[in-house]
Design a protein around this ligand. Sequence first.
Ligand code: 5AD
Ligand code: SF4
Length: 467
Amino acid sequence: MKTFHIETVGCQMNVLDSELVTASLLREGYQYTSSMKKADILLFNTCSIRQHAEDKIYSALGRLKNVKETYPEKIYGVIGCMAQKEAGTLFRRAPHLDLVVGPGQIARIPELIHKIENGEGPQMELSLERKGRNRHDVESSYDFFDAGREKVARQNPYQAYVRIMFGCDQFCTYCIVPLVRGPEQSRNTDEILAEVRQLVDQGCREITLIGQTVSKFYDTTTGTPLSGLLEKVEAIAETTPLERIRFVTSHPNSMMPDLLAAVRDLPHVMPYFHIPAQSGSNAVLQRMRRGYTVEKYREVLAAIRETVPNAAITSDFIVGFCGETEEDFQETVRLVEESRFKNSYIFKFSPREGTRAFEQLEDDVPEPVKRRRNNELLAVQNRISEEDSRAFLGREVEILVEGTSKTQASELVLIGEEKMSEKVQLTGRTPCDRIVVFDGPMEWVGTLQKIRITQTSPFTLFGERRT
Ligand code: 5AD
Ligand code: SF4
């Protein structure tokens, strides 16, 4: 029996795509192996958001060249965003590659692998058109690929991502996503709900609805916005063991009152928002074409804090974007200082070929300055995260137990009865997405537990269950 392995980097979309590819290959009779070396079929599910992510894939491919000479029957593939962006370049720089498949065509991977096995040579599929999914044809037949969910293909059987949107139409000047994932399209509500029900039947306790601009979700066939979809998923949670509903990533321009009210009013929707600000300087935001000012962003935060006072908010920032002055950067520092994000993901600007920033703006902030700004902003955020974590000391929080730090789906599913009551170090999350570590038996995994916090660090809380 042939084995396969998928190395996944990038965002939640990629994690979900890898799960779907895993499920489809298992269905075809291939066997999963955790060993990259031993796998007969090795796929890299890739990210193009920064140069660094691409460089790592090219060097991994370089290391495989000799292996392929010794074992020519092995199949190597690059799938996902970098496949789309680099396309033919990949075959040129890594002639030992067999398969290049963009994010729009991952459903075809088993079929393309069969072609390679039948001696039809290297295969490449890059179309971003989804059957029945182009914007002029939303009501016609669906591509049901996302519905093929299987518990054993997931990292954790109790949590799952559900894609509610494909692509992105924002065209922020720094960003490669619209080019590699295509135009923004919301999925049909009934199809999403069917998938949620399927996942709950498989034992899922937490569903995270994902989209590049998830707050812009709008199902044109039924006129349903994200708040309406959340209500419908909440209705499923009311009558099933589904405990938690989340959604990422939000855009500041679509945080409408109905969405905030839905998070406030629906008990299973968690008080957590990821809303990237990217910069605290209006000049930079304008060059990024983010479509809002920092004043508008502050209003959004104020509205959330008023409607959902216990909400945790996280953000993304890019430092060293084209033309960013020290004063621009200090405005970002001020925004982070006053916003009290639970966490901020901070990135040094990386020019991406094909984007407007690459074509029209100059990457003029020197690397050492980018690095210094990155560290400075990180230090501000870490101090805030630490202070906010410390406020949890002595408090009791409700945790959805996810597993031990190292457990994988296969182990969770296969774990023997006798091991279930042994105490191990478990991890889980609070409603506002803070990670909590505590001791308990494996049989707690997938359940809600009340844990009292006894110790804190910036990004992890430690606690125990009161007996
Ligand atoms: N350079 C650096 N960071 C980027 N991001 C997106 N594009 C780039 C780029 N070219 C960051 C943004 C986004 C996150 C997913 O990655 O902050 O929100
Ligand atoms: Fe990376 Fe963006 Fe692709 Fe996700 S969608 S894998 S973040 S390039």
